[in-house]
Design a protein around this ligand. Structure first.
Ligand code: HEM
Length: 451
């Protein structure tokens, strides 16, 4: 008996035993079609995996971290360790303690920080995959909208966490971010008292801490529940196609023939999850994060104010001559509203990129815009940019993309539709197939053998 068959039989027997005693099948996610056994179909699950790692590592950091700006004598030791005799703020000192005195503390803190970068990066991969493959189209419009809110909250986690080590850099960057946040239309004035509290730096730190460890994670968990429930109700989105009549919702009857989530898909995802944690630890061990100078340290030169990489584009925007904070906030709001309502703007029923030139052009150009602005922001933080230099840098991104996407559409869309019509006869739409959309029945044994 081959290893695959033996493995499957053993897995089925063990799982059958567990299921029999727990009714697991009733609360596991629904079965999924065979074509979903590819990492690209589970980009969202990778984000959940990253989120879970953040929750676990964050809970461990909480054992030592103190969200206080107090500089009483207890915290003189940290100051002495870094060569100043003055006491340092407790938040900074407790971070210093985690790095230098807690066993594996530096690794824990570094993985938490790099894990946040990874989560945001994976989130953008998840978003852009959905954008290019048109997964937001009916019936998944609400999944997309809830996802957009999750994006905002995840960026909120990054923003509120940045202040917690209480370095001069994180303090200055948070200050700039707050100035921008308070200019948000409608929400800005409402957020003001909540963020600033009594106007002291302790008030600010307490609020950032509360939002970071409690309020935003709770909101993410609630929205994630909605996101997964919606996913559960439609089944996974089928591959992108030029067929406007593609069936995009799986029925319960089909589910019976598909791959059970437990244990097959769960194990498949766990494999990737473990790889993620391994890579994270490897990077953190090779390049541990170093703590900057504390807030109020007058013995060192003030650092150049810059945020984490995912907000650099916004910081650079404010550097453009003529772009006030209000305008920068207005531009980000327009981008967010575009993302939120995209399912209602892109009304065509075809999901394949070759059939959606306008939206592909816009999405690819915005991707180019964000990457350029991020690199630019990192290289020249705080340096004013005249309008001509802005145009020279950004206009080619939109122009070159227009030509590339236009050529792609012209070359492939019409010829593909002709071939599709010829294949199906009399122009009738293709019956969804394994290469198109349909769920192919599959024996559980075959699937596990792939793992
Ligand atoms: C914290 C952030 C997020 C998490 C943890 C998350 C998680 C997930 C998961 C687990 C799925 C099931 C399929 C898969 O694994 O890919 C999914 C599907 C989906 N997500 Fe997200 N997501 C997040 C943010 C977003 C964002 C920002 C968007 C877009 C604006 C989005 C749009 C969608 C859509 C449309 C689906 C259905 C796709 C399908 O059925 O294949 N999600 N998400």
């Amino acid at each position: 008996m081959g290893f695959g068959r033996w493995y499957n039989r053993a897995l089925n027997r063990i799982w059958g035993f567990v299921e029999d005693r727990t009714s697991m099948r009733r609360w596991a996610l629904r079965p999924q079609p065979e074509f979903s056994f590819k990492p690209s179909y589970w980009t969202g699950a990778f984000v959940i995996n990253a989120f879970l790692y953040q929750v676990v590592s964050g809970a461990l950091l909480l054992l030592y971290y103190q969200p206080s700006t107090s500089t009483n004598a207890t915290y003189t030791a940290c100051g002495q360790a870094v060569g100043t005799l003055s006491p340092t703020p407790a938040a900074w000192c407790s971070t210093y303690y985690i790095i230098h005195s807690v066993p594996m503390g530096s690794l824990l803190l570094s993985t938490h920080l790099y894990g946040s970068y990874a989560m945001i990066f994976l989130l953008f991969v998840h978003l852009y995959r959905g954008y290019y493959l048109g997964v937001y189209k009916a019936p998944r419009e609400f999944s997309w909208m809830v996802g957009t809110l999750l994006l905002v909250l995840t960026l909120g986690m990054g923003f509120t966490g940045y202040l917690l080590p209480y370095t001069q850099l994180s303090y200055n960057a948070t200050d700039v971010g707050i100035v921008l946040a308070l200019r948000l239309p409608t929400f800005g004035p409402l957020l003001g008292p909540f963020i600033l509290g009594d106007g002291t730096s302790q008030g600010l730190l307490s609020r950032m801490f509360d939002a970071h460890v409690l309020l935003i994670p709770l909101a993410i968990a609630a929205l994630l529940y909605a996101h997964i429930a919606l996913f559960e109700s439609h089944g996974i989105a089928p591959p992108a196609t030029s067929d406007p009549l593609q069936r995009r919702r799986f029925t319960d009857a089909e589910s019976k023939e598909q791959v059970p989530f437990m244990p097959h898909i769960f194990f498949y995802l766990t494999k990737w999850g473990l790889l993620y944690v391994g890579i994270l630890f490897g990077i953190a061990a090779l390049w541990p994060w170093s703590l900057g100078s504390y807030v109020g340290n007058t013995a060192v030169a003030p650092p150049v104010t810059e945020p984490d990489w995912y907000f650099l584009w916004l910081f650079k925007l404010v550097d453009f001559a003529g772009v006030t904070p209000v305008l920068a906030v207005a531009i980000s709001t327009v981008l967010l509203v575009y993302l939120l309502f995209l399912p209602f703007l892109d009304r065509s029923k075809r999901t394949h990129p070759r059939d959606r030139p306008l939206f592909i052009w816009l999405g690819t150009s915005l991707l180019g815009f964000f990457i350029t602005m991020t690199v630019w922001g990192g290289e020249t933080p705080g340096i004013q940019i005249p309008p001509m230099a802005v145009a020279q840098m950004l206009a080619p991104i939109f122009a070159v993309n227009a030509v590339a996407v236009g050529l792609f559409h012209w070359r492939y869309a019409r010829s593909y539709r002709r071939r599709l019509a010829a294949r199906t006869g009399r122009g009738a739409p293709a019956v969804p197939s394994a290469s198109g959309a349909g769920p192919a029945p599959i024996a559980t044994a075959e699937v596990s053998a792939r793992e």
